[in-house]
Design a protein around this ligand. Structure first.
Ligand SMILES: Nc1ncnc2c1ncn2[C@@H]1O[C@H](COP(=O)(O)OP(=O)(O)O)[C@@H](O)[C@H]1O
Ligand code: SF4
Ligand SMILES: [Mg+2]
Length: 315
């Protein structure tokens, strides 16, 4: 098999905790996965499980605490976030953010927004840059007449298209989308998801798609990684994970999708991400299948036919 485009190894991010000297919040803890060129990977899990932190590490917006981010054969984790703006890989990894209103400069027209990364990171200038803006605007279904508008003159869906066009302008090799439809009306969400699916097929994009909505991920991804408290609980082909989830947490998530049979109810609270016990499963205390062992020993990862599952009893 050829080298994956992205190889994430033992990646961790710990934040200091305000008012608690020496304490650390384990936002991302020992995460491993690979992504092949042209593949689409979904990242799911409830709010606070570390999805945004993980993708912000990959986009090099945050410094890494531990681990490697091997992109196209080079370890990006070694490049400080502050220096990444000038790194050669900067143009190759682009991100679409959650809220198109927050992430667009209110003083830039749509055209200026889409052109900005070209001016910073490509050799295109003048008419050649404008031609690229027109091309990418057409790809995302943004009529040329809207390109002279400011964000406040655009609808939510149009702003989302501007954000996607800006990210695509440099022809990135990896496109990261962090809940790109979460801030949109439901009817608009469906249209934007269809657009992303179409772009993925037409442009052969490599996608990392973050969502707390499993249904959305199912539409757009070849594989899915389920996160719980900073760790990957289960990762595998979307087909396998949705049809036969093996981790008790994934089983609960999948059972919440309407039409998936009886709902698995979770008891208890999500435990704290601050200095979590090393010798325990992160899901212990909330897991319907938990046993004594789960409180004493972190589960190993079981490699199954088409997936990898961190649970003592998955095999
Ligand atoms: N800059 C930060 N400083 C301290 N804690 C943070 C910071 N960013 C995120 N966190 C914490 O890291 C954990 C993961 O957050 P996040 O990655 O935003 O999760 P998600 O995107 O899955 O909702 C949360 O407990 C959050 O409070
Ligand atoms: S290791 Fe135990 S607590 Fe963790 S998911 Fe498996 S059964 Fe549940
Ligand atoms: Mg988030």
């Amino acid at each position: 098999m050829s080298e994956p485009l992205l190889q994430v190894e033992r990646l961790s991010k710990r934040f200091p905790v305000a008012g608690k000297r020496g304490a650390k919040l384990f936002a991302v803890d020992d995460v491993n996965f690979t992504l092949a060129a042209g593949e689409s990977l979904g990242l799911v899990g409830e709010s606070g499980c570390g999805k945004s932190t993980l993708v912000r590490l990959l986009a090099r917006l945050l410094d890494v605490s531990d681990g490697r981010i091997v992109f196209d054969g080079q370890d990006l984790a070694a490049v400080p976030a502050a220096g990444f703006a000038r790194a050669p890989q900067r143009a190759a990894i682009q991100m679409v953010f959650q809220d198109p209103t927050d992430s667009l400069n209110p003083r830039f027209t749509a055209r200026e927004t889409i052109a900005e990364p070209l001016a910073l990171l490509s050799p295109l200038r003048g008419a050649a840059a404008m031609a690229r803006v027109d091309e990418v605007a057409a790809q995302v279904g943004l009529p040329a007449t809207l390109l002279s508008r400011y964000p406040h003159q655009l609808s939510g869906g149009q702003k989302a298209r501007v954000g996607i066009a800006r990210a695509l302008a440099l022809r990135p090799r990896l496109l990261i989308l962090d809940e790109p439809t979460a801030a949109l009306d439901v009817s608009v969400q469906a249209v934007v998801l269809q657009l992303l699916d179409q772009l993925r097929r037409e442009l052969g994009l490599t996608l990392l798609f973050v969502s707390h909505d499993l249904n959305v991920v199912r539409l757009l991804t070849d594989r899915v990684a389920v996160m719980y408290l900073g760790r990957i609980a289960e990762i595998g082909s979307s087909e396998q994970v949705f049809r036969a989830p093996a981790h008790p947490y994934t089983q609960a998530l999948v059972s919440a999708i309407p039409g998936q049979g009886p709902r698995v109810k979770l008891s208890g609270e999500v435990s704290s991400p601050i200095d979590p016990p090393k010798a325990a499963c992160r899901f212990h205390g909330r897991c319907p299948q938990g046993q004594d062992l789960c409180g004493r020993q972190a589960p190993p990862e079981h490699v199954m036919r088409d997936s990898r599952v961190a649970c003592h009893f998955a095999a």
